[in-house]
Design a protein. Structure first.
Length: 322
């Protein structure tokens, strides 16, 4: 597929959107990839990254090996994801602490529109499809009620967290950040990204080295996870697409509970810097929310989130050109 510079720029922008979604618990970068029309190409490209590419490099040169793994596409997309995560981690952390209702309202609208979009892709409705949606909705909802457990400092645990989180991140409707939250590693992941950037720019090598070690552990786990799972998911999309879409729809429906903007805090904990953060909460009606429910602004941000999906869907409709 011949692509121009503008095409790769659009792919990078989609990567930025994926990265922004992956930073927030409750929203999946895989969902953004699916609705923007690059999901199946992403899975196939990741699946093509294997040792046989080295053989092609040896026999036909670097350019042939690069083309065999769709390297330009992956570079453009993952550059966007990296830029987004590195630049937005601090902003998202600030918004989660200072404007949680408006942030969650935006993502609630985004995920709600995503559910409608993905369900629309199901070509044949059957009892099996309906059961799959109901079962995965219930499972996803149950996961949102789970209480995060404390985050161990073990390197092997960070490897495991990276492995599990990346699987969720590429699976539409399942938030990798939320899985990290349940595993008790979300704060570590956000702090690692912020410390990596701050240590590098401020010349604090001690902070940078510590953050780099944790980042590499998470990254190695993520690389293993994405290679193991992308092949299975790629097969499912090619051979059981309707059922796969039904499962993804169900996961997204159940996840709405997690990103409902109005919460009642049930338990808190003290994080590594001595701040009180939410450990467990539950969804409540806006009228039952203690404090300013920001109803009007929340609705506006839900509409903005919903409209964002329409824009991404419009970009995705040109996926054969991009």
């Amino acid at each position: 597929m011949q692509r121009r510079f503008l095409d790769y720029l659009i792919i990078t922008l989609k990567g930025i959107a994926m990265g922004a979604a992956d930073v927030v618990p409750g929203v999946s970068g895989g969902t953004i990839a699916l609705i923007s029309g690059i999901y199946e190409e992403l899975l196939e490209s990741i699946d093509n990254v294997k040792l046989s590419a080295l053989k092609i490099w040896k026999e036909k040169g670097f350019k042939a090996a690069w083309m065999s793994i769709n390297g330009n596409f992956l570079l453009a997309l993952f550059s966007g994801i990296a830029v987004s995560i590195l630049s937005l981690a601090k902003l998202i952390k600030w918004l989660l602490h200072n404007e949680p209702i408006l942030l969650w309202s935006f993502f609630f609208g985004l995920v709600l529109a995503s559910i409608l979009y993905i369900a629309k892709q199901i070509k044949s409705w059957s009892l099996k499809v309906i059961i799959a949606i109901i079962a995965t909705s219930a499972l996803s909802y149950y996961i949102t009620l789970a209480e995060p457990f404390a985050s161990p400092d073990s390197p092997f645990y960070l490897l495991f967290c990276g492995f599990i989180a990346i699987i969720a991140m590429i699976l539409p409707g399942v938030s990798g950040a939320f899985i990290l939250l349940i595993l008790g590693a979300y704060q570590i992941a956000i702090d690692t990204i912020n410390n990596l950037r701050d240590g590098l720019f401020n010349g604090d090598m001690s902070l940078f080295k510590d953050a780099l070690l944790k980042f590499l552990l998470l990254a190695v786990g993520a690389v293993i996870g994405i290679k193991v799972f992308s092949k299975a998911l790629n097969w499912m999309f090619k051979h059981k697409k309707n059922l796969t879409l039904a499962i993804l729809t169900g996961f997204m429906v159940g996840s709405l509970n997690k990103i409902w903007p109005w919460k009642e805090v049930l338990k808190t904990r003290v994080n590594s810097v001595g701040e009180f953060v939410t450990l467990l909460d539950r969804s409540v009606l806006p009228t039952s929310y203690e404090g300013d429910n920001q109803m009007l602004m929340a609705i506006i941000f839900m509409v903005i989130g919903f409209a964002s999906i329409l824009i991404l869907e419009s970009l995705g409709s040109n996926k054969n050109k991009v």
